[in-house]
Design a protein around this ligand. Structure first.
Ligand code: IMP
Length: 432
């Protein structure tokens, strides 16, 4: 791996297995940056037989002497972050690697989670079609405050005066909403204020200037990896709006969420699962509600890392992947969970859509457009062999190689890494 600055993003609806790819890359990079989303993400990494699920910490935290950064674009749930830090630390303060949390990152306050749940319940009652199926981690309401410029930032947790002012302003605005519209109890100042200051005391040593840290690392010639959360089709601008998350999941998000000039990104890696899955509501053309979907879910362990919800599953969607290649400018693909397809009786790929009786090959990037399409499938030869022990592309059964070759040809992007099993060692590298 020769590139200095790399962005790694999800090319589908999240849950592509980004954590294990970041983990593989983290061996060779000095700095790993999370730049968007929050504890709605759940990045699973299996290292030395132990399973770790990170919601907020960059996946690079499992390697010693790295610099791990939580950038300004992340929305931070302090309780969750503190829990993850404590779980990693064999002794208080000893996390084996350096962690910097941007002072400008916005804080998910307890009332954001309450507003998230209340707003979903409100939609359910008033317009069930508008329910998003959020993770309930307060993501949307926190980003609303950020863009409305009344949000609490990490820096406020160590500044009692500004914290108090911001909290009081938020209470004045949100309590009528909570009480009158949602029929919920109001925000209670004292307990939240005290709790927030306690979070600040804990997080103080980690707070810093993430943009400066990133720039200095690049200046020093360190390899930097931007670790995306969620996926392209959940991006607030480019995803299947309104059934999306509230952050910029595409590669461009790392420029604003991590402070980076666009020209500094040397390589964009798209992580794509060998089939598709989606959690929450929203259109999903290749979803299979029958046996195929169930087999993929069971064999792929497709249950949410954050919420435990069963994921909706279906065949690979190349129209969606080609779209992802386009909006992210993908340079290379990391294909995960190829082993999950072993033993399937049939193997299909959606190569295009049918809309109003016509074949279309372009992904309509809004929920309303996507609801109208029907997938056009092509069948591929399935394979029965267990591929988890394959150490090279040549060792894969020819049907599996054909599948990978097809993905490369149709997307126009090289598949540089193939995941053939859950552990770190079950990875095929092809000049990655
Ligand atoms: P929110 O991000 O909690 O507001 O949820 C918005 C939508 O994004 C819902 O459909 C969630 O299921 C989905 N979502 C959020 N985070 C993830 C993730 O990490 N993986 C997959 N889906 C996610």
């Amino acid at each position: 791996m020769r590139k200095i600055v790399q962005a790694l993003i999800g090319a589908q609806w999240g849950d592509e297995g980004k954590g294990r790819v970041v983990d593989a890359l983290a061996q060779e990079v000095g700095v790993v940056v999370r730049y968007q989303g929050g504890a709605n993400a759940g990045h699973t990494v299996i290292a030395e037989g132990k399973k770790h699920v990170f919601h907020l910490l960059p996946s690079g935290m499992l390697y010693p002497n790295r610099l791990c950064i939580i950038g300004n674009g992340v929305v931070l749930e302090p309780e969750q972050l503190i829990k993850e830090i404590n779980e990693l630390a064999p002794a208080p303060g000893d996390i084996g690697t350096k962690l910097v949390v941007s002072r400008a990152a916005h804080v998910v306050m307890p009332y954001h989670k309450r507003l998230d749940a209340a707003s979903e319940a409100f939609r359910k009652k008033n317009n069930p079609d508008a329910v998003i199926g959020t993770t309930g981690r307060g993501i949307g309401p926190c980003y609303v405050d950020k863009y409305n410029r009344i949000g609490v930032r990490a820096e406020d947790l160590v500044s009692p005066e500004s914290l108090e002012k911001k909290l009081r302003l938020n209470m004045a605005e949100k309590n009528p909403l909570l009480e009158k519209i949602y029929g919920e109890p109001p925000i209670e100042f004292e307990s939240i204020y005290r709790q927030a200051l306690e979070w600040g005391d804990f997080l103080r040593p980690y707070l810093g200037d993430s943009s400066f840290e990133i720039a200095s690392a690049i200046e020093r010639g360190e390899r930097v990896l931007f670790e995306g959360a969620q996926g392209t089709l959940l991006d607030v601008d480019h995803g299947t709006y309104p059934f999306v998350t509230s952050s910029s999941c595409v590669a461009g998000g790392c420029c604003t969420g991590g402070a980076l000039g666009p020209g500094r990104i040397d390589r964009v890696i798209g992580v794509v699962k060998a089939y598709c899955s989606r959690v929450g509501e929203g259109p999903f053309p290749t979803e299979d509600r029958g046996e195929v979907g169930e087999t993929l879910r069971q064999n792929g362990g497709e249950f949410g890392a954050t919420t435990g919800r069963p994921r909706r599953c279906g065949w690979l969607d190349m129209a969606a992947l080609r779209y992802s290649v386009m909006v992210n400018g993908l340079d290379v693909l990391a294909l995960t969970k190829l082993d999950v397809l072993s033993g399937m009786d049939e193997l299909k790929v959606c190569v295009a859509y049918e809309m109003d009786g016509k074949r279309v090959s372009v992904f309509p990037n809004s929920a309303y457009g996507l609801e109208k399409v029907r997938p056009v499938y092509e069948s591929f030869k399935p394979w029965k062999e267990d591929i988890s022990g394959c150490g090279s592309f040549e060792e894969l059964p020819s049907a599996a190689r054909d599948y990978v070759d097809y993905i490369e040809r149709d997307s126009g992007v090289r598949v540089g890494l193939i995941g053939v099993g859950p552990g770190r060692e079950s990875t095929i590298y092809r000049d990655f």
